[in-house]
Write a protein that binds this ligand. Structure first.
Ligand code: FPP
Length: 231
């Protein structure tokens, strides 16, 4: 199969199942998120190895604010720890780090760390790791429409305008979207950008999703025939 592997330009992942993984191991939910951060690390390394240009991950949705405060704080600490730990790996491996979402609502210490890591990797020309944080598809479409209306009074929006005003502007639409943990829905993720994305669902819980599972997803993608509405 290896020689026939088609490499998508952009793989996006809805990393689901950390809580259930933790519960099944008799541990608190945050333990699942920690193990999930290890999966992210493994997947980023695999993306570099496979020369996948964009790897984006749904790290925190606008709806996730409804979780207990302790879990939210734990996620911020984990993100900060991961940024501090991984920035040197990213620079050495030419990975550019980007964060997309409504960052205004995040704690200042996190915004500073994000900004610093984005700056430190700004010149990297290899793979791009895009962390979707405090993001939702409906938020993105509405902010794009509002900004367009403000900047172009009286004008009608075209498809290409939406692409330019979305928070993901400049990042190609995902070719492959992976969702772990057996859930088969989009959950207000990249609604506009996934119009022609191939979906791959697996029962594997995110903390168990490592290189072999990522490879299976690429193999499944390689077997898909993409027609984009044509014959
Ligand atoms: C979904 O599992 C996971 C999240 C909402 C958070 C994802 C965060 C990580 C993987 C931590 C590492 C991330 C970074 C950016 C360092 P869930 O909690 O919804 O699981 P459940 O459905 O089993 O409860």
């Amino acid at each position: 199969m290896e020689e026939n592997l088609k490499i998508p330009q952009h793989v996006s992942i809805i990393m689901d199942g950390n809580g259930r993984w933790a519960t099944s191991h008799g541990k608190p939910r945050l333990f699942g998120h920690k193990e999930g951060a290890e999966s992210l690390r493994a997947c980023m390394q695999f993306a570099v190895e496979m020369q996948i240009k964009y790897l984006s991950i749904f790290a925190f949705s606008t709806e996730n604010w409804g979780r207990p405060e302790e879990e939210i704080q734990g996620l911020w600490s984990l993100l900060l720890e991961s940024i501090n730990k991984e920035t040197s790996y990213m620079i050495e491996n030419h990975v550019r780090f980007r964060v997309v979402g409504n960052l205004e609502e995040l704690p200042e210490y996190l915004r500073i760390a994000i900004h610093d890591a984005e700056e430190a990797t700004a010149a990297c020309t290899g793979s791009v790791l895009v962390v979707m944080l405090n993001y939702s598809g409906k938020w993105d479409i509405v902010q794009a429409a509002n900004r367009f209306a403000e900047e172009n009074p009286g004008k009608k929006m075209e498809w290409a305008d939406m692409d330019r005003y979305l928070a993901t502007a400049g990042i190609p639409d995902p070719d492959l979207l992976i969702r772990t943990s057996g859930e088969e829905r989009i959950s207000n993720y990249m609604l506009w950008q996934t119009a022609y994305t191939e979906f791959y669902f697996t029962d594997c819980l995110w903390p168990d999703f490592r290189k072999p599972e990522f490879r299976l997803a690429l193999e499944a993608y390689s077997r898909r025939k993409r027609r984009f509405g044509k014959l």
